[in-house]
Design a protein around this ligand. Structure first.
Ligand code: FAD
Length: 503
């Protein structure tokens, strides 16, 4: 059958894909974006686009019959998750043997479900992870560009100190200070002016109504409102939704051919489509892009791909944990879902950890301080291609997670000792477990910059094939990653548009 063609195709519409789409569109290059998730712009029967975390429905998760929230239990009770209908919902949890990975599905990728934290990495650690990237140029040009395009802003410190919605963060800050630890404000893409109007009762509540991992109906500057809106505004970009790219290969004339399955909302493949393009940009995320390239190499479709495709993957050292505060150290019944503060102990060379002070909004006082620790776990894993299942298998082991746990434990043992407090053992399943070490929000690597690609994301072995997403980051960044992914994609697009597409 005949292939639909476009000069450029972008696979995926998360950070890497959105930057590529906008910059291609602005350069006057007709671009087609293929996204496996849906466009989140129409209201359901309740008048809302997204469902809340307290009453999740089919919109919550990608083809599940029950939600799989990161915090599964409370007092060991299975009170958090709900039965739902199968539907292309916005949050997916991809399961591997010893690690599962949360990702966003839809136009905007992870930006639809994430906490919006947009820290800039420490220059010294950035340079350690990206020795071939000119850090001067990153910090002078690409990080500022990414912050401005994404709408990064910071909570007003005076409001933070006074509002009930951040009592939980102040309580965690105090506990950290008691252990001699530094905390720092972390910028975010959630509109803090909007949040203050939510608190004042003059705007519809979103962050202050428990919305985040299943989508925010208001306030969050997700990619569909920033990069992707601008990309569509160029008139050169089209986004096809509910289309999952399955295969990429190269035609005799050097152009790329793609096979994509179009699904309906029940998940049934209703059409298999063929596409052709001259320039192919992969922005399907660490899991998506790595799987596409690994499959292409292992099936012989793109045999010249580098041996390092599929390697260098890490969890950014993610571990989630909770502490029980004393009765007098309340966190408040009202918690904003948007984190704004972190415990910064990264400079501690014995045990570098940056821990996000995470919200746990339950509408009642629960005395729990929750954290997402980012540890400097040096462990990396590889993917292998499972031909029978036609999918990528991750070789991450439980022992590799234990490295993150021991680092997080060292830091929080200090905090507990200084405050005479203990861990919560009831939050991560029906058996006593203090550390959630079996999932990550920050999948990084698989097609590492400078190894599987050149220093700008050009895939080794093939011209006009690029990676622009989190698979370029070598497994660890020390902070939440989307700002860096965006800035690196801006850097790639500047170079590619200057050197590769001019003719
Ligand atoms: P993604 O954003 O994952 O985008 C990939 C897109 O490609 C998706 O839309 C996917 O559906 C699509 N896709 C995949 N495969 C295919 C295919 N074969 N065909 C078509 N489409 C495909 N990071 C931060 O920096 N700050 C935070 O506060 C933060 N909080 C988080 C909270 C949660 C709950 C989660 C899940 C993540 C969080 N993250 C956070 C991580 C952040 O969202 C990711 O690092 C980021 O989204 C990765 O960007 P990306 O461009 O690599 O890919």
């Amino acid at each position: 059958d005949s292939a639909e063609s476009a000069p450029a195709i972008v696979v995926g519409s998360g950070y890497g894909g959105a930057v590529a789409a906008l910059r291609l569109g602005q350069a006057g290059i007709r671009t087609l974006v293929l996204e496996m998730g849906r466009l989140w712009n129409t209201s359901g029967p309740d008048g809302k686009v997204f469902c809340s975390t307290s009453a999740p429905d089919q919109r919550a998760m990608w083809f599940r019959t029950r939600t799989e929230a990161p915090l599964a239990t409370f007092l060991w009770l299975d009170v958090v998750n709900r039965d739902i209908g199968r539907y292309p919902g916005v949050l997916d949890r991809v399961h591997f043997d010893h690690m599962s990975v949360y990702v966003g599905r839809g136009v905007g990728g992870g930006s639809l479900v994430n906490g919006g934290m947009a820290p800039t990495p420490l220059p010294s650690y950035f340079s350690e992870q990206f020795p071939t990237v000119d850090a001067g140029e990153m910090y002078a040009t690409y990080f500022p560009r990414a912050r401005s395009m994404l709408g990064v802003n910071t909570v007003d410190p005076a409001w933070f100190e006074s509002t009930e919605w951040y009592r939980f963060a102040r309580t965690s800050r105090k506990a950290a200070a008691n252990a001699g630890l530094k905390t720092a404000f972390v910028p975010n893409v959630y509109d803090f002016d909007y949040m203050r109007r939510e608190a004042a009762g003059t705007a519809t509540r979103s962050a202050l109504a428990g919305e985040v991992i299943y989508g925010n109906n208001h306030g969050k500057r997700s990619l569909d409102k920033t990069y992707l809106a601008a990309a569509l505004g160029t008139g050169n970009v089209t986004i096809n939704t509910l289309e999952k790219v399955r295969e990429i290969r190269r035609a005799a004339d050097g152009t790329y051919l793609l096979t994509a399955d179009r699904i309906d909302v029940s998940g049934t493949v209703v059409e298999t489509k063929q596409y052709g393009c001259t320039y192919l940009f992969l922005g399907a995320g660490s899991l998506g892009t790595t799987e596409l390239l690994l499959r292409a190499r292992e099936t012989g479709a793109l045999p010249a791909l580098d041996a390092s495709v599929g390697t260098g993957w890490g969890t950014n050292g993610n571990v989630m944990l909770g502490r029980a505060n004393h009765l007098w150290d309340t966190v408040g019944a009202n918690e904003s879902t948007i984190p704004v503060m972190g415990i910064d102990d990264w400079a501690n060379t014995d045990n570098p950890v940056f821990a996000e002070i995470a919200p746990l909004p339950m509408g009642l006082e629960h005395w729990v301080s929750l954290y997402l620790a980012i540890t400097k776990n040096p462990e990396r894993a590889s993917f292998s291609y499972d031909a029978a299942a036609d999918s990528a298998k991750l070789g991450w082991t439980a022992a590799q997670s234990a490295v993150s746990v021991s680092m997080a434990k060292k830091l929080f043992d200090r905090i507990n000792a200084a405050n005479a407090t203990i861990y919560r053992y009831d939050l991560f399943g029906t058996t006593a477990k203090a550390f959630a070490d079996d999932f990550t929000y920050h999948p990084l690597g698989g097609c590492v910059l400078g190894r599987a690609t050149d220093d700008y994301g050009r895939v080794k072995g093939y011209s006009k094939l690029y990676v622009t997403d989190g698979s370029l980051v070598p497994g660890s960044l020390g902070v939440n990653p989307f700002l860096t992914i965006t800035a690196l994609a801006e850097r790639t697009m500047t170079r590619v548009l200057a050197e590769d597409t001019a003719s």
